[in-house]
Design a protein around this ligand. Structure first.
Ligand SMILES: [Cu+2]
Length: 163
């Protein structure tokens, strides 16, 4: 019974946050946007823990047109943003910049997720707290530039490695 009441309170708090999103989200859900033929969905920024300086943004990218590439990302919430890929090398998870951008192919979901492709936020200007949002600008080779609102989700394990 207590658990039910608490869940209701948490849900109400979540809805309150969602209703105060900044302009620019249009009528789309936070974490969703489109640039030309490219659709962005499920975007989420990882909350930071304590004084951790880095975070990452994950999302799913699809195209309803021709192949494209995510070539750049930026946000005022971090001093530097890079497109990264994490890979296991000699039993150790390592990450490196993606040369030439992240490919988006017709008929396929390009999934940015912990342990794989991600948008790395280096040097966050303030802690990223779950339930908040950050603005994010994405630039695609063909579809151009789009500004979107990205919700901040849970701090997840799996991307805690450093450079
Ligand atoms: Cu990274």
């Amino acid at each position: 019974m207590i658990r039910t009441i608490l869940s209701g309170a948490v849900l109400a708090a979540s809805l309150a946050v969602a209703s105060t999103l900044p302009a620019g989200a249009h009528d789309m859900e936070p974490g969703m946007a489109h640039a030309g033929d490219v659709m962005i969905h499920g975007a989420v920024a990882r909350a930071t823990i304590g004084p951790a300086p880095n975070s990452a943004v994950f999302m799913t990218l699809t195209t309803e047109g021709e192949a494209d590439r995510l070539v750049a990302a930026s946000t005022p919430a971090a001093r530097m943003v890079e497109l990264h890929e994490s890979k296991m090398a000699d039993g150790v998870m390592q990450m490196s910049p993606v040369e030439g951008g992240i490919a988006i192919e017709p008929g396929t979901e390009t999934v940015l997720k912990p342990g794989g492709l991600h948008i790395m936020l280096m040097g966050v200007t303030a802690p990223l707290e779950e339930g908040g949002t950050i603005p994010l600008t994405l630039t695609f080779e063909k579809a151009g530039t789009v500004e979107m609102v990205v919700p901040i989700g849970k701090a997840t394990a799996g991307h805690g490695h450093s450079h």
